[in-house]
Each structure stands twice: as C-alpha cells, then as structure tokens.
Ligand binder design. Structure first.
Ligand code: PGA
Length: 258
C-alpha cells in the first residue's frame, strides 16, 4: 500500500464566469463539508480567482489553483499573469504545461521548465502535465515521449524543490474524449514515470512524488483508477464542472486504497 495522500484537482478550463463560479464553489463546499481524506484543489479561470479565493479562505477542505502563469516575475507582457499576482490572490497550486497549452499555444518542455522554476520561486505548487498523443501511443513511442517530457521539464531542479512538484499524466487521446486509459494502461505509464523520477532524483523523491491521472475521469471510473499502486490522484476537466459529480468523484477516488 502506498502512503501518498491523494490529490484531486478540478481543471475548469475556460468555463464559468465569476458569478457562475461563485455558485459552483459554494455547491462544491457544501457537498464536501468536513472532507479530510485527500487534498482537493479547484483550478478556476483567472477571472474567478478572487471570487473563489474569498469563499475558500475560511476553510481547509478545498484549496485554490490557477491554470497557467507567465515565466517572468513582471514586465511588458500584455495579457499575461505573473506568479506574484496569483500568490496575492491566495492561489496555492498552478497547472503547468497542460496539453492544450502545448498544442494551441506552442508551449515547449523548455518553457514549461522555466514556468515551473517561476512557480517554485513564488512558493506555488506546480502541477506538471505531460502525456502522449494517440499517434505516439499507436506507434509505440509513448515511453520515449514521456521520458523526454519529464526529463526536460524537470531539468535542474533539486530534491528539495521536488517536494512540492506534482505530476499529472494525461494521455492526450483521453482528454475530453470519453476514452479513458484502462487502469492497467494508466498504471503502466505511472510506474514508468516513477522510474524516470528515480533516475533523475533518486528513489526517496520518486516514492514521495504524487502523480495524478487525467483524461475523462468520472465518478464511475475514479475508484478503479485511483486504486492503482502508482496513481495518486486525478486532474479532472469535464466532471469537475458539476458539484455533485465532482464531490462524488473526490469521495470515491480518495477512498480508493492503492
Ligand atoms: P477531462 O479533462 O477530464 O475533461 O478529460 C482533463 C484535463 O484536461 O485536465
């Protein structure tokens, strides 16, 4: 049995206005009242951070996350958001390198590495996303893709810095498609990721690092996925936009004993 505390994060993507977010956060809080069997994070749009933060500051069940940041501390970068701006709104976590950012905004492993560095400097906990495309899986390239994504994104970090880094394995072919990796497929990729972490940082760090699975996680499949030995949580898109479904996923996922 592994001793890593489960962590479930909702990734709202570009959904919910600030007023809609207020209702959804309130509903999630009432569904998860007094919940303490895992870490729960809501990664809301930038425009909802202040509203969500105000609702979350008086409790400890749910923490606040953002979906991206700029790598520079400040400057002439029109339209961008810095780590300091996020910290000031009581953000604790930030998703970095989501496949949609890689695909639509050209984010590379080198840029993602810089963004993680910036997050760590500002004491934000980065959630590093990585994963292969369908074509890469079908041509049996997935291991080399994961290996270079992990190695290049985490190049140069110390063992101490790794204490706050969370990984999220998200096969691109499973995101928003309704196609989930089977528990065995997901476990195989997570175990492989942990061997790469062992090569980079040693076994103690690799054993402590939490690796979430993402890609069409729902209340119906959360338990089976999260009871795999190397799956320590979930990064949830679609199913995090409805309070009851998200709360049920959190409860089933966190109670799964791996
Ligand atoms: P999904 O998204 O749960 O809707 O597949 C997951 C993600 O993109 O993080």
């Amino acid at each position: 049995m592994n001793y890593r505390r489960k962590i479930i994060a909702g990734n709202w993507k570009m959904h919910k206005t600030a007023s809609e977010s207020k209702n959804l956060v309130q509903d999630i809080l009432s569904e998860l009242k007094d919940w303490n069997e895992g870490d729960v994070v809501l990664c809301v749009p930038f425009t909802s951070l202040q509203t969500a933060g105000a609702l979350l500051e008086s409790q400890t069940v749910v923490e606040l996350g953002a979906q991206n940041l700029h790598q520079a501390p400040q400057g002439a970068f029109t339209g961008e958001i810095s780590a300091g701006m996020l910290r000031d709104l009581f953000v604790r976590y930030v998703i970095i390198g989501h496949s949609e950012r890689r695909q639509y905004f050209g984010e590379t492993n080198a840029l993602i590495n810089q963004k993680i560095k910036t997050a760590l400097t500002s004491t934000l906990k980065p959630i590093l996303c990585y994963g292969e495309t369908l074509q890469e899986r079908e041509s049996n390239l997935w291991k080399s893709v994961l290996e270079s994504q992990i190695k290049e994104s985490l190049a140069g970090f110390t063992e101490a810095e790794m204490e706050t880094v969370i990984l999220a394995y998200e096969p691109v072919w499973a995101i928003g498609t309704g196609k989930t990796a089977s528990p065995d497929q997901a476990q195989e990729a997570h175990a492989f990721s942990r061997t790469i972490l062992t090569q980079l940082f040693g076994k103690a760090v690799a054993d402590k690092t939490r690796i979430q699975y993402g890609g069409s996680v729902k209340p119906e499949n959360a338990q089976e996925l999260l009871q795999q030995q190397d799956i320590d949580g979930a990064l949830v898109g679609g199913a995090s936009l409805e309070a009851r479904s998200f709360a049920s996923l959190v409860k089933k996922g966190c109670q799964a004993l791996a």
